[in-house]
Design a protein around this ligand. Structure first.
Ligand SMILES: CC(C)(COP(=O)(O)OP(=O)(O)OC[C@H]1O[C@@H](n2cnc3c(N)ncnc32)[C@H](O)[C@@H]1OP(=O)(O)O)[C@@H](O)C(=O)NCCC(=O)NCCS
Length: 153
């Protein structure tokens, strides 16, 4: 199997200007538009890690804490936090930046799970993630514990 990457090496950031076609009647970025970008950024981080095609298998609690307004810059950052046998968990953070004031606000944080797929759509093993910092090691350990308790039942 290929050597794993560090969370930092998997990081993907997608940045875009919020335009009228992306918003609701109040001028706020549509939830579905944001979820689409989170899904793509997460998939790219997982593809970068696994060098394989991936499919979204689960999305953990996704709350919309603050709107992203038309004319703001929306950034979506995705970084792997844990790898299993064929699955990968990726933390995705969405941020809105007001370009007039420079104010930056985190609008959403969610954890998505993707599964790596081979050429014929079959599940394939992924390299083990190599957490480096204390925070990354802590996140990895807590996801590992959650995985183990899920598979005990
Ligand atoms: C992804 C898919 C191939 C997985 O197949 P499956 O037979 O259900 O797979 P398994 O139950 O063996 O699970 C595969 C991995 O996903 C993990 N997984 C499955 N469901 C999960 C869930 N709800 N939450 C977290 N992880 C989950 C399993 O723990 C396993 O991880 P591991 O290999 O690291 O131990 C299949 O469910 C599928 O095709 N789903 C549709 C995907 C899709 O269309 N996504 C949207 C478009 S990309």
């Amino acid at each position: 199997m290929k050597t794993g990457k560090t969370p930092e090496e998997t990081k993907v950031v997608m940045t875009e200007l919020v335009l009228p076609g992306m918003t609701n009647l109040l001028g706020n970025l549509l939830g579905g538009e944001l979820m689409h970008r989170m899904d793509i950024a997460g998939a790219l981080a997982c593809m970068r890690h696994s060098n394989a095609q991936v499919a979204t298998v689960a999305v953990e609690a996704l709350a919309f804490k603050h709107p992203v307004r038309q004319g703001e810059m929306v950034s979506v950052e995705a970084k792997l936090v844990w790898t299993g046998r064929t699955s990968m968990k990726v933390k995705i953070t969405a941020m809105a930046e007001n370009l007039k004031t420079g104010a930056l606000i985190v609008t959403n944080v969610a954890v998505f799970t993707f599964v790596a797929l081979g050429e014929n759509g079959e599940k394939i093993p992924v390299p083990t993630l190599l957490p480096e910092t204390d925070a990354e090691k802590q996140d990895y350990a807590s996801e590992e514990q959650a995985y183990r308790s899920r598979h005990k039942k």
